[in-house]
Structures are given as C-alpha cells and as structure tokens.
Design a protein around this ligand. Structure first.
Ligand code: HEC
Length: 142
C-alpha cells in the first residue's frame, strides 16, 4: 500500500470517528437548553425555585420523582380523577407523556385548557429532543 493511501484511509477513519462522537454529543440532553425552554414555556404558570404554588399552577421545584398532586395546589377534577385512579410519580416516562400533550395524558387537565383564570393554556412540546432537555433541567430543580 502506498503512503498516500494510508494517509487517505487515516483521514477518512478520523472523519468517521468525529462524526460518530459529534452525533453522540448532540443526542445527549442539554439542561441549559432545557432551562431556556422551561423559562419560556412553563415559568409563566409554575414556580421553579421555591416550594410556593402560583395562582396559575403548582410549584415545580423538586418535581422530579415526586408523587403527582401533592403540593396542595387546588387541582382540576380531571387531574384529581387521574391521580385517584392510578397514583403515580413524576418520573421520566410520566413527565414526558404529560409534557408532550397534557390533555391526552390527563383528560380535562387545567394545564391544557384555557379558562378565565388561566387564559393561556399549554399545548405540549412536540420535539422529542426538546422534551429530553426539559426533563434534564427539571431533574436539577432540588
Ligand atoms: C398556562 C399555565 C401552564 C403552563 C404554561 C404550564 N403549566 Fe404545568 N400545570 C398548570 C396547571 C394549572 C397545573 C395543574 C393541572 C390540573 O390541576 O389539572 C399544572 C400541572 C403540572 C404538573 C403536575 C404537578 C404536580 O404537582 O403534580 C407538572 C409536572 C407540570 N405542570 C409541568 C409543566 C411543564 C414542565 C411546563 C412547561 C413545559 C408546564 N407545566 C407549563 C399550568 C401550566
């Protein structure tokens, strides 16, 4: 084999490795991006830094792995029905389902429904990658 060929194969192999490593880094959840998404999409209704409920929503401080509906917030009937039917904790799976489409996971939840008290509602985050970023940030709130 000529030196030229060895060099060429070397460059191709290095480019390939960089591509794989780069892809792996991009697929990792990014809590900094999650923080921005949460600031823009959730903070209007949820307190993130203290255990204080807002008029518009229960606090999310320490929400990760917390049982659903235990903050003392006055929850909607739809939410209470879901919790009494199957008590669950806010782990990755439940948070992901709720955030991707609140009304599909908990029918008639206040979070996904506009009203006089809550004129804005939250439709959900469509992007899988963005939801992973949001979860990475929510885990750090403790
Ligand atoms: C328009 C206001 C609003 C926005 C925006 C909003 N939420 Fe909510 N959220 C609520 C309300 C209201 C409830 C209580 C739901 C009920 O009782 O039906 C709730 C409940 C929750 C709960 C359950 C808390 C518990 O203690 O069981 C989680 C988790 C949650 N929201 C996460 C989020 C995240 C994450 C975002 C942003 C990606 C977000 N919410 C955006 C209003 C909102």
């Amino acid at each position: 084999m000529q030196v030229r060929h060895i060099l060429l194969y070397g460059v191709v192999a290095i480019a390939f490795i960089l591509l794989i490593v780069g892809g792996w880094f991009r697929s990792q959840p990014d809590p900094e991006m999650g923080k921005r998404l949460v600031t823009n999409s959730c903070e209007i209704c949820h307190d993130l830094t203290t255990a204080k409920n807002q008029e518009r929503g229960p606090y999310l401080w320490g929400v990760y792995n917390r049982p659903a509906g235990v903050t003392g917030y006055s929850h909607s009937e739809g939410f209470l029905a879901k919790v009494s039917e199957e008590g669950f904790i806010w782990d990755d799976e439940h948070l992901d389902q709720f955030i991707s489409n609140p009304g599909a996971f908990i029918p008639r939840t206040q979070m996904g429904k506009p009203s006089a008290k809550h004129p804005t509602a939250f439709d959900g985050i469509v992007s899988d990658a963005n939801r992973k970023d949001v979860l990475a940030y929510l885990k750090s709130l403790r």
